[in-house]
Design a protein around this ligand. Structure first.
Ligand code: MRU
Length: 352
């Protein structure tokens, strides 16, 4: 059993701040060079911020959307929760449509909808309490998953991660990055590699920056260097987050995750997915049913607004892919670990 982690030593950034009047979102488009919060005063501001990636990462967009519903409530008059739910439905649908792949967005809005159905004249307070609960439960889940995931890793291991799954992508501490933080604290992990995560560079701009603030030594690699790294024997685990985990364990995550899983299997490197149960979608049987977001090809054809590719070149920019469950060694959630996931093992942990 590892010593309990000193959480205050890690995880100092918060991407979402509720002021009581508005929602402040750390603008992740400008990190790591400008640390500035953008204010959302309406639910449509929040939907636009989610779409623009001002706030990003599956759990974080769920939390932001929940606060977006609280903001939408400012504009309506209703005697009870059922009437409020009806009046808020258009705003909730606009929030839901901001991004399609991460199920946490729909999950958080469904939670807000559900509490309204049972609320009386105090429905505004009920909504605010629920948004707060979604946020605090996410932080607690991440801390718990950190310990569970780190427990799977042998002392002296090297790990590779992809995208950003840290404090910036969650209520705090992170999912895959939480496991890495806990694993480093427990001296189980002694080498951390992060892939750039082209085209938006979440790994290069966000993950290594977060680790730098923690004083955790990390090495950035080009995405294309991953197989070469695995072949060198320096990593024993690939550890990633998720945007949606299906009933059979198939997992949608940032584009490039699938090829990491294939390379990991080839090289005998283990593959871990870390996500709270809010990312588990037992209603979706398997990965081919997941809608994969495709974003503006400008993300691929330019950098910081400056074109890097000659005019007239066509591009395709799917931003997530699906890793089939048989390439995954462990799915770590706050409810427990599913090893070698399949429909039966997922069902055993997530019955409803
Ligand atoms: O497009 P993004 O940056 O929102 O994609 C984020 C990811 O794919 C993360 O790996 C995932 O949301 C898990 S974050 C804890």
């Amino acid at each position: 059993m590892d010593k309990p982690i000193d959480f205050d030593r890690y995880d100092r950034i918060r991407p979402i701040r509720w002021t009581g009047e508005s929602l402040e979102l750390l603008d992740q488009r400008n990190l790591p060079f400008a640390v500035a919060y953008d204010t959302s005063s309406s639910s449509d501001d929040v939907a636009a911020a989610i779409h623009a990636l001002t706030v990003r990462g599956a759990p974080a967009i769920g939390i932001a959307a929940a606060w977006g519903v609280v903001l939408a409530a400012r504009d309506i008059v209703a005697a009870n929760g059922v009437d409020a739910a009806q009046a808020l439905e258009p705003a909730m649908q606009r929030l839901n449509a901001a991004r399609p792949t991460a199920v946490n967005l729909a999950w958080a809005i469904a939670r807000m909808r559900r509490v309204l159905q049972a609320a009386g004249s105090d429905w505004r307070e009920v909504l605010e309490r629920e948004a707060r609960a979604i946020e605090t439960e996410d932080l607690a889940a991440n801390r718990h998953m950190g310990a569970l995931g780190a427990g799977l890793i042998a002392a002296g291991s090297g790990v590779l991660t992809h995208c950003n799954t840290g404090s910036l992508a969650t209520a705090g501490f992170g999912t895959a990055l939480g496991v890495i933080r806990a694993g480093v604290a427990a001296h189980r992990i002694d080498k951390v590699f992060a892939g750039e995560t082209r085209p938006w560079n979440q790994g290069a701009r966000l993950t290594v920056w977060e680790l730098q603030q923690d004083g955790i030594d990390a090495t950035l690699i080009a995405d294309a260097a991953a197989s070469h790294l695995m072949k060198s024997g320096q990593v024993q685990w690939v550890i990633v987050g998720a945007d949606r985990i299906c009933a059979n364990g198939d997992t949608a995550n940032k584009i490039g995750t699938y090829q990491l899983a294939i390379a990991a299997r080839h090289h005998g490197v283990k593959f871990m997915v870390v996500a709270p149960s809010s990312t588990v979608d037992m209603e979706t049987a398997s990965g081919e049913l997941i809608e994969i977001e495709e974003r503006d090809t400008a993300e691929l054809l330019s950098f910081k607004g400056a074109r890097t590719v000659s005019e007239g070149v066509r591009a395709w920019n799917p931003v997530f892919d699906v890793t089939p469950h048989d390439l995954i060694d462990a799915i770590v959630t706050e409810q427990g670990v599913v090893e070698r996931p399949d429909a039966m093992r997922m069902q055993a942990l997530f019955k409803s």
